[in-house]
Design a protein. Sequence first.
Length: 773
Amino acid sequence: ATYLRTVQDWIIAPLMRSAPGLAGVDTIGGYVKEYAVRPNAEQLAAYGLGLGDLVLALERSNIQAGAGFIQRAGEGLIVRADALALTVDDLAQAPITRRDGLVIRVADVASVGLGRAPRLGAATRNGHEAVLGTALMIAGGNSRTVAQAAAERLVEVNRSLPPDIVAEPVLNRSELVNATIKTVAKNLTEGALLVIAVLFLLLGNLRAAAITALIIPLSFLFAVIGMNRFGISGNLMSLGALDFGILVDGAVIVIEATLLMLGQRRAELGRVLSPVERLNVAAQAARKMVRPAAFGQVIILLVFAPILTLEGVEGKTFQPMAATLMLALVGAFIFSFTFVPAMAALFVREPKMQGDEHGRSDDGEHETRLIRFVRAKVEPVIRRVVMRPRAVFAGAVLMLAIGLTAFVSLGREFMPTLDEGNLAMQALRVPSTSLEQSLSMQLALERALANEPEVKTIFSRTGTAEAAIDPMPTNISDSVIVLHPRAEWPDGSLDKEALIQRFESLVSDQIGNAFEFSQPIELRFNELISGVRTDLAVMVFGDDFDILQRTADQIALKLRGIPGAADVRVEQVSGLPTLTVQIDHAAAAQYGLSAADVSEAVATGIGGTSAGKIFEGDRRFDVVIRLEEVARNDPAQLAALPIVAADGTVVPLSSVARIDVREGPNQISRNNGSRRIVVQSNVRGRDLGGFVQEAQTAVADVPLPAGVYLTWGGQFENLQRAEARLMMVVPVVFLLIGSLLYMALGTIREAALVFVCVPLALVGGALALLLRG
C-alpha cells in the first residue's frame, strides 16, 4: 500500500495535474512513506534525554546552508554547506550529545527505518484496499471537456508507470454528460422530424414545409450564438427545453399568408407571377402578419420571464432553460419575417386556387385534403357549440374544477430526480469506530454488492484524505456503485427504487452499519444546499446538547412513521472517546516545566514531529519522530514518556499529567452562531413538498423545550424560495400579458375572452401531469 501511494503521489498525480482544466488531484488510500525515528522511552530516560533533544539533534544533522560566494581567477563560485542525510544510516548516526567522553547517537536511543504515516482515511474497491485519486476541475470549467482531457492524460500516464502497476478510471463524469447530450440530441432530432412531418401534412407543399422547417436549425444556431455570448453551456436543462413547435409558429403564419396571397394574386391576374411580383406579395404578407405574430411572441417571452428572476440554486438550475428558449424564440421571430418571405418568393410556386379555369374559388382559400377533412368534421361541432353557450360555460367551469382538483393533488418537488446511471451509498457507524474497523466492515459491504449482476464496480472512501477536501470521520464511508448499462441488466425493466431496496436487503445483515442510498451528484448537491446529504433536514437549535439530542430523537421517530421516509437518522454529535492528557500545572511548575513543554512532548510522542526531509531524486519524504505503534496505543507506556525538567533530571509524563479516557463530542455544528443537531431523511416514492407538509404536521406535536427551535432545510428550501419568488412575479406577468392582449385586440372584453384560455390550458397540463404520475 505504501508503494502504490508513493507511485500515486510522485508519478501519477504530478502528470495528471498538467491536464487542461484540472485544479489538482486529491488522493486517499494507502500509506504515505516516511523515514520513521521510533524513540525508546527507557533508553531516553537512562541517558537523561527527552524527545526534544532527539528532534533538535536530527534537525541539526540534516541541513544545508548557503554561505554566500567567492571569486577565484575571475570566476564566481557559490558556497553551499551540505549536510543533508541521504540514508537511514545517516539519520541513525546523528549525534545527540556527549557524556563522559562518549557520543550518544540517535541509534542509541531510537530505531530508525522506513515507515508509514498514520492515516485518517482509506480507499477500497470491490472488497480490496486501493489508492484512489480524484481529479478536481477548476471553477467554471466544462466538466465534459475536462473529464475527457483527464481520461486522455491517464492513458499517457499509464505508459510511464512501472510494469506491475495500472491506473484504471473507475468513474468518468463525461460518460454521464455524453449520455445526456445523446438523449437531448435524440429528442431534438425526433422533435424536428415530427414538426417537419406535421408541417407538410398541414401545408401540403413540400417546399413551403422545408422553408418553414429551416427555422428550426437557424433559430437553434441563433440561440447557440447567444448562449456562447452569455456563457450558457449546452446541457440537459438548457437544450432540453427547446420546443420546435413554438419556434415555427411565426414561420407557419407567414408561409400560410404568403401561399394564400400568392394564390389570390395569381387568380386575379390569371397568370403565373413574375419574380418581382412574388417578392412584393411575400413582403406584403409578412407586413400583414408582423403585428399579431409580434404580440404572440412577446407574450410567450413574458411567460418564461419569471424564471429569469429566480435566485440561488433554483436560478442556476432553471435560468439557462428559459434564457435558451427565449434566445431561440427571438431568432425564430427574426428569421420568420426575413428568411421565410425571401425563400418563399424565390422557391415556392404560387398555388392554383380551386374554382374556375384560373383556380378561383368562392371562399378564396387554398387548403390541403387534411385541413378540408378536419374542417368538415369540426365546423358542425362549432356551430352546435355556439348555439348552446350556457352548456359550454358550464362544461368549462366543470373542467376548471376538475383541473384545480388535479392540480391540488399533484405533488410538489424542487426538480425531478434525474437518473445519473449510478448509485451512492453512505455507511455510518458509531463514532468510536476506528479506521481499521471501518475498513473491515466496508470491505464486507463491497463484497456483498460487487457480485450483483447490475454492478460494474464499487469503490469507497472511508475517513479523510490528507488534503481534507471532503472531510469525514473514520466511522463514515462514501461509496459509489457504478452500474452496467440498463441493457446489460438481467431485468431491464427493474427500476432504481426496486434495485435500491434489493441492495438494502443485501447489506441489512451487516451489523453495526446504517445506510443512506442516493446518487453521486444528487448527494453532493444536497450537501452543498444545506450541509447535509439527504433530501430533507430538520435542524434543531439550542444550547444544551442533551436536550437537543432528546428532541431530535423524538422528531426522527415522527419522521419514520411518515410514508415515503427513508434513511431517517439523527446526526451523530456525541459518543467519541478521547484520550485526554490533563496537565497538572502545579506539578509541572515544581519541575520547572511549562504546559507547552509537556504538550510538545505528548504531541511528538503520539502525533509525531517532523525533523527534516530526505530527498530521493525529486521526491522528498519527512523524517518523523514518533513512538512505536505499541507504545502509542498503550496509555501505560505513554505515561512513562520521559520529559527533561529544568534542572536536567528526567521525569515521566505521569508525574506532571493525568491520563484518562473520556467521552467527548463527535462534532459540534453551528448555524448563525447557534448549536444545532440535524435530523436527516431521504424521500422515496412520493413528492418532496407533500412529504414535508405531512412531516411538519407530525413534528408540530413534538414539545419543544425552552430555547429550542426548528428550521427545515434541504431541497425543500429551494422549492419554498422559488415558490415565494414566483408568487410575486407571476401576477405582474399576467398583468403585462393582459395589457398586451388589450393593445392587440382593442377591447377589454375580447382581451378577457382570450385570457380566459390560460386557466383552461392549465387544466390540460395538470391532468397530463396527473396521468403521467
